[in-house]
Write a protein that binds this ligand. Sequence first.
Ligand code: SF4
Length: 465
Amino acid sequence: MRSARFSVSGLAAVVQGKESSEERMKTVGIHTLGCKLNYAESAGVAAAFTRNGFALAVDGEHADVWIINTCSVTGSADRECRQVIRRIRRRAPDAFIVVTGCYAQLHPELAASLDGVDAVVGSREKGRLFELITDFRRRDVPLVLVSPGDDTHFWGADSSGFGGRTRAFLKIQDGCDYNCSYCVIPQARGRSRSESPGAVEDRARAVVVRGYKEIVLTGVNVGDYGRTSGWSFHDLLCRLEEIEGLRRLRISSIEPNLLTDEILQLASRSSRIAPHFHIPLQSGSNSVLGRMRRRYRKEFYRDRVDAVLSHLPQAGIGVDVIVGFPGETVDEFEETHRFLSELPASYFHVFSYSERENTPAAAMGRVVPVEERARRSAMLRMLGAEKKKQFALKFVGSVLPVLLESDYSKDGAAMFGLAPNYLRVRVDADAALENEIVPVVIDGYSGGAACGWLQKREGEKGRES
Ligand code: SF4
């Protein structure tokens, strides 16, 4: 059993502690927006509090300090950050509010000017937030601790013991050197850099000791792991794969040009590396890919998907795609739609293009109207929903090992979990099976998830049919 599970769900967790035995307990809430990497880093921030005598408590309790770990990947992420800050200020009028993360890094003045913000902490400073803000005492002028974004410093983090998630997100890499024309992340997170293989392995071992069965390797550009330090992502996978007790190792996302045959061969031999590859595409039109400054063309992308399926026929393949990029014509969009229709993918993440300040794409002109972006997005989402369903139905009659998560149906009768290939499965199961990998017979698809029933195991009573 892991030693520190917390009874909170969703993205918010609360930390409480005391400055000395004479003083009353203090509480700190952490609210995370955005990606798995941010979530792992929130856990790192929380760990600094726990190391200093604080303890996690449930969400919704009183908090003296709130830390809002923000995202800035799109305009709507920015809006959500501002809404969360306002909501938390209303809920906790006396709390010390710290805004950190990508929004804080990119817009420090704006963040500091928001009503009730007490401190703004940049990406570089996030890992030392607890040390840098020593007293958490509200002042008239907000504290701004944001250094320039071209960051070469790496700080490690993992989400074990934080926030109640069943799977652990382990940060192995940060930053990106790719400079895709629409992307603001390199400005927020700096250049590509990585944790050393030894440090990643130590962290992974500790996560397993805490009882986690699945580790998700996270970063901004995970496949770029180690390039700037002479380490290899493939070698890291070999090393992690050997860890005793680790049942599943998942790559959160990998750029197509970094998904090598060597990695696929390793995954096909491994019983631990999840046969699931989330491969950002962004467009199925070569002219749009060129304007996006992506490092491949659609033929190469298709070749990588075919390579995945030739090594791992049951693999799940996720696709990120952006619609409404500047100048994307109807023909170019239809090319993307066609490409995706023919692609043996299992799900899509569809994003409407969002102008980001100081990016080449924002200055390209030939803006696609917002309503047209929404129309294209809806079309791809519909296609994605069908792909997801068809992928799930392929497994009807199969038995899949499903890691049951702290994710329940509204009535609490069913649990959700993930198969190795990222198929989300709903099954009637007892909460005692949370964090167990159980054999599930897939028998259908409903509400965006495969449905199934627990296969009878030796000495157990199975479902009567
Ligand atoms: S690969 Fe491109 S889209 Fe992804 S973080 Fe780097 S610059 Fe942004």
